[in-house]
Ligand binder design. Structure first.
Ligand SMILES: C[S@@+](CC[C@H](N)C(=O)[O-])C[C@H]1O[C@@H](n2cnc3c(N)ncnc32)[C@H](O)[C@@H]1O
Length: 360
C-alpha cells in the first residue's frame, strides 16, 4: 500500500527538529508563569507575613487563601530563592525580606506593579504594528512610572551616582543645585544629605511633583524644593552651582544645552546621565525598540529606538556641541554606576554620565 504525504506525517518525524522553537516557547511560558506567581504572592502580602516561619496551613488561615495552592506557590518561590523551607515551614530569604515586603524602604513592589502594567501595554502591539500606537499623555505616564523608578534607583544606581558626584571639589563648594526632570527627587534629596549647605530644587511636570513631595517627607529632606514646569518651554531658574540630569527626554537634545548654560554660574557643573547612542550605532536591542513604539507621547515626539526622541543627537555630536559652552571634565562609564534592569534587554544599555564645567 502506498503512503500519502499525510500518512508520512504520522509515521516519520519532521525533517527539521522543532526543539529550538519549543525551547523559545518554553522560556516564554516559564517566564510568564513565574512572573504571575511572584505578582500574586506580592499582591496577597505573602512576603509581609513570612519574616517568621509559617506552615502552609498557617499561611492559608492568615491570608484567607487556598492551602494547596499556597503550598505550591511557596514551593516555587523556594526554588527561586525567595523563600526557605525549614521543617515544613516557609520563611522569607534575606532577599525577599528586604525587597518584597510592602513596608520595606527598599521594597521593589512598585517595580513589579509597573512591569505588570508594561505587560498590559504589550497587548496593544498589534495596533501599533498597524500604524496606531496608543497615545498617552506623558505627564500621566511619568506620574505612574516614577515611583517604580525611585525603587529601582535605590537598589544601587542612586548611591553610586551621588558618591561619584560628591567626590568633586565643585560639589563640596556647591550651594544651589537643580535636579532637572528629577521625578522622585531622590538624587536631590541625597545630594542635600551629603552637603549640609546645599539647597536643591527638583524641576518636573506638576503632577509628577506630588510623588516628589512624598519622598521629601519620607526622607525628612529639609533643603529640597520643587519647581513645576516643562523644561522645554518654561524658565528653569538661575544661579545654580550644579545642574543634574538623569534619564530625561531632552537629555540628548541640543536645545536644552544653552538653557542649562544660562542657568548656571560661571564655573558651575552640568552633569548629564543618559542612554546615549554612538555615531553609526544601530539598535541597542530591537525587542526594547518594539516596546518603545507601542505607546506614543502626545507632546514629545519619540524616535524609533528605545529612549530616543526626535531631535536627539548621538553622543559624539552632543559632546561637540557641549564644548561650545562647557569644558568636559570627564565621561563616567556605566560600569561605575549602573547595573540593574527589568527591561528584558539582552545586554546592558550602557548609559554614560558627562561631567562638564561652564566656561565664562
Ligand atoms: C525617566 S524619568 C527620570 C527621573 C529621574 N531623573 C531618574 O533618573 O530616576 C524622566 C523624568 O523627566 C520628567 N519630564 C519629562 N518631560 C519633562 C518636561 N518636558 N519638563 C519637565 N520634566 C519632564 C518626567 O516627569 C520624569 O520625572
Amino acid at each position: 500500500m502506498t503512503k500519502t504525504p499525510v500518512d508520512e506525517l504520522l509515521i516519520n518525524e519532521p525533517r527539521i527538529d522543532a526543539k529550538p522553537l519549543y525551547e523559545i516557547l518554553n522560556m516564554c511560558s516559564r517566564g510568564y508563569k513565574i512572573f504571575r506567581t511572584i505578582y500574586v504572592a506580592v499582591q496577597t502580602g505573602l512576603f509581609d507575613i513570612l519574616d517568621e516561619p509559617k506552615t502552609s496551613e498557617e499561611i492559608s488561615r492568615e491570608l484567607g487563601v487556598n492551602v494547596k495552592l499556597a503550598c505550591k506557590i511557596c514551593d516555587v518561590l523556594c526554588d527561586l530563592g525567595l523563600l526557605n523551607k525549614v521543617k515544613g515551614a516557609y520563611r522569607n530569604t534575606e532577599l525577599s525580606s528586604l525587597y518584597l515586603k510592602r513596608d520595606s524602604l527598599l521594597s521593589q513592589i512598585n517595580v513589579i506593579e509597573s512591569l505588570n502594567e508594561e505587560f498590559k501595554v504589550w497587548n496593544s502591539l498589534n495596533a501599533a504594528l498597524k500604524g496606531k500606537p496608543t497615545p498617552i499623555n506623558e505627564e500621566l505616564f511619568f506620574e505612574k512610572r516614577v515611583p517604580s523608578l525611585a525603587s529601582e534607583m535605590l537598589c544601587g544606581e542612586l548611591q553610586r551616582t551621588v558618591r561619584i558626584i560628591a567626590e568633586l571639589p565643585e560639589f563640596k563648594r556647591a550651594r544651589k543645585l537643580l535636579d532637572l526632570g528629577g521625578g522622585h527627587g531622590l538624587y536631590a534629596i541625597a545630594f542635600t544629605k551629603l552637603n549640609r549647605r546645599l539647597k536643591a530644587y527638583v524641576f518636573d511636570l506638576p503632577r509628577v511633583l506630588k510623588c516628589t513631595r512624598r519622598y521629601i517627607e519620607m526622607f525628612d529632606a529639609e533643603r529640597v524644593e520643587v519647581i513645576p514646569g516643562d523644561f522645554f518651554k518654561d524658565d528653569i531658574g538661575a544661579e545654580y552651582d550644579i545642574v543634574f540630569l538623569s534619564y530625561i527626554p531632552g537629555g540628548k537634545n541640543p536645545s536644552l544645552i544653552p538653557k542649562i548654560h544660562s542657568s548656571l554660574k560661571t564655573g558651575g557643573l552640568f552633569i548629564n546621565k543618559q542612554v546615549f547612542y554612538h555615531d553609526g550605532e544601530g539598535s541597542k536591542d530591537p525587542l526594547l525598540d518594539i516596546g518603545w513604539n507601542i505607546l506614543s507621547f502626545q507632546g514629545m515626539r519619540k524616535a524609533d529606538r528605545i529612549y530616543s526622541f526626535k531631535g536627539d543627537v548621538p553622543f559624539e555630536g552632543y559632546i561637540e556641541l557641549l564644548k561650545r559652552y562647557f569644558s568636559v571634565i570627564k565621561v563616567v562609564d556605566a560600569s561605575q554606576f549602573s547595573r540593574l534592569t527589568t527591561s528584558g534587554a539582552k545586554s546592558p544599555l550602557d548609559p554614560k554620565m558627562i561631567i562638564a564645567k561652564k566656561r565664562s
